[in-house]
Design a protein around this ligand. Structure first.
Ligand code: 6PG
Length: 472
């Protein structure tokens, strides 16, 4: 067999699906897995009858690939990546290229790009979104590294990626760890949207006594709107409609209320705090998962700490799409995007990534978990004004905020009245209310800081830096 166009290390579900995708798109492939049995099973099963060969040592793997070699690693983020780089690099030659397609910490990718490039190898840190199905049929891909390295994989990834009307869902993101940073923020937004929809569900359930099947109808209505039509709303409807085969009841009601997490939401929040960007909606979505994990404690606390008790709330009707909850969901989702994008802009400034926000919105329109019709509006907003300081200031988004803010306010106040936690709705409302307030109370914080610590302050009526000997 002629040398393979493309190499894959790591035959997990994502790896298998990506190599099948590459092969289907005309790239003969070579696969390697640390456990040889996995390779054999794949070649005898899903990989049989295809232009895919196996290799059982890294040397054999490298030898079977055409130069410059394009090698995708789909393995666990962290030490395993460094170990694989160390084991394979003795066999690599100048110009060969390693791609990390996992959810790596962007600062690790920064380090690896610098290290590998200094040894004349290419290195790409590439966010891949879309889950197992997306990997097979067409994911959204966020590659970062040198432009030259991107040019070397461009034809491959453009063929593999999901397609939307105006092109493939892949583009050169920027240098260093920018691809993984953009993927991390994508996941932060993903966490936000998931929690927002969970809050809407809880309000429908506990505040209006609505059954999952009826909620599914509401979600179906929502999914037909430009503002909400998205993959996550679509699958929420599916989840709510699905019945447990044994009991026949809604399956969601039998699932333990403890949400897992693998770290990307947390990394988004850590980066945001480090870079001084407010991402309260995303932050609350991470906190909500953390609190959910205290399940045994919560069960005990319920009998010790008392709330207002069940009550019927004013949340609209299923016929009108639960208007306040719909508006709360729309604005909270918009707030998640606004916060994520503000973080991307700041990271771009600090790390000189030169990110193109309209281009990122473009590649999130298809293939990825946060794909949504709204991304067209986001793309338009940044095409019109690449320097837009906040998404919510774009005229189309500003009109949405002004129209739907009463609904968000009503949903939050009803939740507060009934003692139903809505951390993302409330954080989004406070984010919007803070952002639209010309004069916040931080003048008093400054006064206190100066009073106890001589930290100084500035005045609104004259230039300069001031300190007062406050009477105490
Ligand atoms: C994607 C997803 C994916 C992510 C999972 C798990 O874009 O395809 O973001 O990469 O790993 O959604 O995330 P959590 O387990 O942290 O929820």
């Amino acid at each position: 067999m002629a040398k393979g166009h493309f190499g894959l290390i790591g035959l997990g579900v994502m790896g298998e699906n990506l190599v099948l995708n590459a092969e289907r798109n005309g790239f003969s492939s070579v696969v390697y897995n640390r456990t040889p049995q996995k390779t054999e099973e794949f070649l005898a099963g899903r990989g049989s009858g295809k232009q895919i060969e196996g290799a059982y040592s890294l040397q054999e793997f490298v030898d079977k690939l055409e130069r410059p070699r394009r090698i995708l690693m789909m393995i666990k983020a962290g030490q395993a990546i460094d170990d694989t780089i160390a084991s394979i690099s003795p066999y690599l030659e100048q110009g060969d290229l390693l791609i990390d397609g996992g959810n790596s910490l962007y600062s690790d990718t920064e380090r690896r790009v610098a290290e590998l490039e200094s040894r004349s190898f290419g290195y790409i840190g590439m966010g891949v979104s879309g889950g197992a199905k997306g990997a097979l049929e067409g994911p959204s891909m966020m590659p970062g590294g040198t432009r030259q390295a991107y040019e070397d994989i461009r034809s491959l990834v453009e063929r593999m990626a999901a397609k939307v009307d105006d092109g493939p869902c892949v583009t050169y993101i920027g240098p260093g760890g920018s691809g993984h940073f953009v993927k991390t923020v994508h996941n932060g937004i993903e966490y936000g949207v998931e929690q927002i929809l969970a809050e809407a569900y809880d309000m429908m359930k506990r505040g209006a006594g609505i059954e999952p099947a009826v909620m599914a109808d509401v979600l179906g209505q929502w999914n037909s709107m430009e503002e909400l039509s998205s993959y996550l709303v679509e699958i929420t409807e599916v989840c709510l409609r699905t019945r447990d085969p044994e009991s026949g009841g809604p399956l969601t009601e039998l699932i333990l209320d403890v949400a897992g997490q693998k770290g990307t939401g947390l990394w988004t929040v850590i980066s945001a705090l480090e870079m001084g960007v407010a991402v309260p909606t995303i932050y609350e979505s991470v906190n909500a998962r953390v609190l959910s994990s205290l399940q045994a404690e919560r069960v005990k606390a319920e009998s010790v700490l008392h709330g207002p008790g069940p009550m019927t709330l004013d949340l609209g009707t299923p016929g009108n799409g639960m208007a306040p909850l719909r508006d709360a969901s729309i604005l909270s989702i918009m707030a998640s995007y606004a916060q994520g994008i503000a973080l991307l802009q700041e990271a771009s400034r600090i790390h000189h990534y030169d990110l193109n926000i309209a281009g990122i919105a473009q590649i999130w329109k298809g293939g990825c978990i946060i794909r949504a019709r709204l991304l067209q509006r986001i793309q338009d907003a940044y095409r019109q004004n690449g320097e837009l300081p906040n998404l919510l200031l774009d005229p189309w988004f500003a009109e949405q905020v002004n129209r739907r803010l009463p609904g968000l306010r009503q949903a939050v106040s009803e939740a507060v009245r009934a003692g139903i936690p809505v951390p993302c709705f409330a954080a989004s409302l406070n984010y919007i209310d803070s952002y639209r307030t010309a004069r916040l109370p931080q003048n008093l914080v400054q006064a206190m800081r100066d009073c106890f610590g001589s930290h100084t302050y500035q005045r609104i009526d004259r230039e300069g830096t001031f300190h007062t000997e406050w009477l105490s």
